[in-house]
Design a protein around this ligand. Structure first.
Ligand code: HEM
Length: 366
């Protein structure tokens, strides 16, 4: 009898708790004055965002759990990629939804905006959790209030954020997974000198193309050659661990030296069977960072359209503050920067047979 019980039937509305969900839209304009038609859209769109934030946190949390171990299983990487790809699809939706909101005109928004102070998306607890879980650090945040951003939340929520701030983020977990890649320390493979030789070849070809161009005058050629020289110095420093650590201490780079070299190797040799999934993982994370930045930019643009130069209900300068976050709140920027280090496929140093064989079937962590 009791075993049958778990299959009792349920109604669609009960399962989805629609009575709660559909009874959660109460325009303040109706309560406090004349109902503004557009306020329902404004409420629903924010609620939908919060639901998607919940789903994204659910996915990120599960991926972080997979990477909290010192021995990440390949099967987990596949699952992690699928879940992160789902997050990316949700982010695309979030960007698109702004179009729906923009069917509201700035003048219609003013019909109810005065009822919203000091409420703001700035107080979205879930959005902050998402950012912190990915790895946005307190000291990197653009601050426009004298208090920490999470002082906006309830005491329990503040505790949760403080805990999250102290724990390892997705960035930290991916970084230590990269640091554990065994093949970066492979004996007898002269990757460094071969790679630098290939870089020199690539830069020489570019330099020849500049010098032989019929479209550039001599001053332009000189400038381009100088820029090429700077790029060459940049490449030479790639394997300078001390220089890399100096860049980290100056806040110019975040990803550790070993993790950066592993990320470079994964991108260069990403077609080797055992590196295909790690390569997809890095690309998915880079895309996630890009999509979040796109959302920030799209939201800032929409704010400019709705408010112009007006300040935000949460007390920031509005568009200006949001544009600063577009530039400064990117988390995985070092993953994007790996592209600087790419060289043509034809110039990539050949892997020794024994390493090729290793990357062909089994892959184990230290
Ligand atoms: C008419 C529509 C909107 C306007 C005018 C607007 C305006 C603003 C402004 C001015 C800020 C900066 C903080 C402040 O001073 O209030 C802000 C922050 C924010 N808004 Fe919106 N917003 C709108 C719609 C949305 C929607 C639909 C969401 C989805 C949840 C959203 C999420 C956020 C988030 C997460 C922040 C914090 C961004 C950060 O600090 O990095 N906003 N919004």
């Amino acid at each position: 009898m009791s075993s049958d019980k778990k299959y009792t039937s349920i109604h669609y509305a009960t399962y989805l708790e629609l009575h709660k969900l559909l009874d959660a839209q109460h325009p303040r304009s109706k309560e406090l004055g004349q109902e503004a038609h557009e306020e329902t859209l404004f409420i629903i769109i924010h609620q939908v965002y919060e639901l998607w934030f919940k789903q994204m946190i659910h996915e990120i949390e599960s991926v972080m759990t997979m990477f909290r171990t010192n021995n990440v299983h390949e099967r987990n990487i596949d699952e992690a990629v699928l879940r992160l790809e789902r997050v990316n699809e949700i982010l695309k939706l979030l960007i698109q939804q702004i179009n729906v909101l923009e069917t509201m005109t700035p003048i219609d928004f003013l019909e109810f905006r005065a009822y919203l102070f000091p409420a703001s998306g700035f107080q979205s607890f879930q959005f902050r959790c998402f950012e912190v879980m990915l790895g946005l650090k307190l000291e990197k945040r653009i601050a426009y209030t004298s208090h920490k951003y999470y002082k906006e939340f309830s005491p329990e929520e503040q505790l949760t954020i403080e805990e999250l701030e102290k724990s390892l983020s997705l960035f930290d977990l991916i970084q230590s997974w990269l640091e554990r890649m065994p093949f970066i320390h492979f004996e007898g493979f002269e990757f460094k000198s071969k790679y630098l030789h290939a870089v020199e070849n690539m830069l020489k070809k570019e330099s020849d193309a500049i010098m032989q161009s019929e479209y550039l005058n001599s001053h332009e050629k000189e400038m381009r050659a100088k820029m090429n020289g700077d790029v060459s110095t940049f490449f030479k420093n790639i394997f300078n661990e001390e220089f890399h650590n100096q860049q980290i201490s100056e806040g110019k780079v975040r990803l550790s030296y070993n993790a950066s070299i592993a990320a470079l190797m994964i991108q260069l040799y990403g077609t080797e069977p055992l590196l295909q999934l790690p390569c997809r993982l890095l690309n998915t994370i880079t895309e996630m960072d890009e999509l979040l930045t796109n959302w920030r930019y799209r939201h800032a643009q929409m704010v400019m359209r709705m408010l112009g130069r007006k300040t935000g209900t949460g007390g920031s300068s509005g568009h200006e503050y949001l544009m600063e976050t577009v530039k400064k709140h990117q988390i995985f920027i070092d993953f994007h920067n790996i592209s600087t280090l790419m060289i043509p496929r034809s110039d990539i140093p050949e892997l020794p047979d024994v390493l090729k064989k290793e990357l062909g079937f089994s892959f184990s962590q230290k």
